[in-house]
Write a protein that binds this ligand. Structure first.
Ligand code: MTE
Length: 319
C-alpha cells in the first residue's frame, strides 16, 4: 500500500465541464452528424476519433449541481495514472496494461430476483438511462483521495429498469472474467471481482453508475464501460467493468471480504475514527497536491446517506 506524493497540475471545479462547453459541443456534434463527415469541419479530428466509442456524442452531459465540492478537481492526467485495477496488475501504474481491455461488444446481464432476467448491450442501456455529470470525491481505503467529474446515471434508474421483486434485498455486482485479456486474473485473488449494496443504498440518489469521466466516455483504466460510484464508501466498493448485476435475497460475499477478511467488510463506510487494522484513516493524501487533509465521516456526504444506517449500529459499518 504505497502512497505517492505528486506535485500537481491543479485545475479548478469550474474547469470540469462548464455548461457553455457542454452546449457548444452538443451543437458541434449535431453539426458533424448533419454534414455527414466530421473531418470536413475544422478542429474536429479529435472529436471524430472519440466517436470510435459509439456513445461519444452523449458527452459531456449536463452537470447535476446538487453535489458540491470542498476542494479542487484532480487533474485527469493524475487520476488516470494512479489506479487500482488488479485485473491488470497490482501496481498503481496500470494505464497501459488496461488498454487491452476490450469494451465492445459489451453485454450486461441483469438477473436474479427480477420480473424478467435479460442481457443488455451497454450502448442500448445508455440510450435508456438519464446521463448526468457529478463532481464526486473518492476516498480509497489506502488513505488517498481524488475528486473526479464522473458521468453516469443514478443506480436507481437501473433498478427501475430491472424491475426487481420485493424479495430482493441486495444487489450483487460482478466484473468480467477473462484471464487471457486480464493477466491479473491469473493471480491468487478470488476472481471475478464482486461487490454488493443493500437495496436501500442502491436506490439512494448518490449511488451512481459511471460511464464517463472528464466529459467523455470512461477510460479503460477507470473501469470502462460501466462502474459503480458510492462516494461515502471506500473506493474498493466502486467495482469496475461490470458484466453482471444480480438482485438477491442474501447478503453476497464480496471480493475483498474473501481476500482479506478482518481487514475489509461489506459496509465500508468512510470513518476517520475507525482505523484500518494496519493504518489510520484519520487523514488522506490528496492526489496531485502533495497535501494531506482530514478525512470526513461518510467522506463528507453524511447529510445524504447517514439515515441509511439508522438501526444498523450493531453492524461493522466502517470497515
Ligand atoms: N474494480 C475492479 N474490478 N478491480 C479492482 O481492482 N479496485 C477498487 C475499485 N474497483 C478495483 C475495482 C479500488 S481498491 C479502488 S480504490 C477503486 O476501484 C480505484 O478506482 P480508480 O482506479 O478509478 O481510482
Amino acid at each position: 500500500m504505497n502512497i505517492i506524493r505528486r506535485k500537481g497540475w491543479e485545475i479548478r471545479e469550474s474547469q470540469a465541464t462548464p455548461e457553455s462547453v457542454f452546449l457548444d459541443r452538443r451543437a458541434l456534434m449535431r453539426g458533424a452528424a448533419f454534414a455527414g463527415a466530421g473531418s470536413l469541419l475544422p478542429g474536429l479530428s479529435s472529436l471524430a476519433m472519440a466517436q470510435a466509442d459509439p456513445t461519444a456524442a452523449m458527452y459531456p452531459a449536463r452537470r447535476n449541481e446538487l453535489y458540491k465540492l470542498d476542494r479542487d478537481l484532480t487533474p485527469e492526467a493524475t487520476a488516470s495514472h494512479y489506479n487500482n485495477f488488479y485485473e491488470f496488475g497490482l501496481s498503481k501504474n496500470v494505464f497501459s496494461a488496461a488498454e487491452s481491455l476490450k469494451t465492445r461488444p459489451w453485454m450486461v446481464k441483469i438477473d436474479g430476483l427480477v420480473e424478467k432476467a435479460r442481457d443488455v448491450g451497454i450502448d442500448d442501456l445508455l440510450k435508456a438511462m438519464p446521463l448526468e455529470e457529478r463532481l464526486y470525491r473518492h476516498r480509497c481505503v489506502e488513505a488517498w483521495s481524488m475528486t473526479v467529474p464522473w458521468t453516469g446515471f443514478p443506480l436507481k434508474a437501473l433498478v427501475d429498469f430491472a424491475k426487481p421483486l420485493s424479495s430482493a434485498k441486495f444487489i450483487r455486482f460482478e466484473t468480467f472474467l477473462d484471464p487471457k485479456m486480464a493477466p491479473g486474473q491469473r493471480s491468487f485473488f478470488p476472481w471475478p471481482y464482486v461487490e454488493a449494496l443493500t437495496m436501500a443504498e442502491a436506490v439512494n440518489d448518490m449511488s451512481l453508475m459511471v460511464t464517463g469521466a472528464y466529459g467523455k466516455p470512461l477510460g479503460k483504466t477507470f473501469g470502462a464501460p460501466l462502474r459503480l460510484h458510492t462516494p461515502w464508501k471506500y473506493g474498493f466498493k466502486h467495482i469496475k467493468s461490470l458484466t453482471k448485476i444480480s438482485f438477491v435475497e442474501k447478503r453476497p460475499e464480496t471480493f475483498w471480504e474473501t481476500a482479506g477478511p478482518g481487514e475489509y467488510g461489506f459496509w465500508a463506510n468512510v470513518n476517520p475514527q475507525v482505523p484500518h487494522p494496519r493504518w489510520s484513516q484519520a487523514t488522506e493524501e490528496v492526489l496531485g497536491t502533495g497535501n494531506r487533509r482530514p478525512t470526513l465521516l461518510f467522506n463528507g456526504y453524511g447529510e445524504f446517506v447517514a439515515d441509511l444506517y439508522k438501526g444498523l449500529e450493531k453492524e461493522k459499518l466502517y470497515i
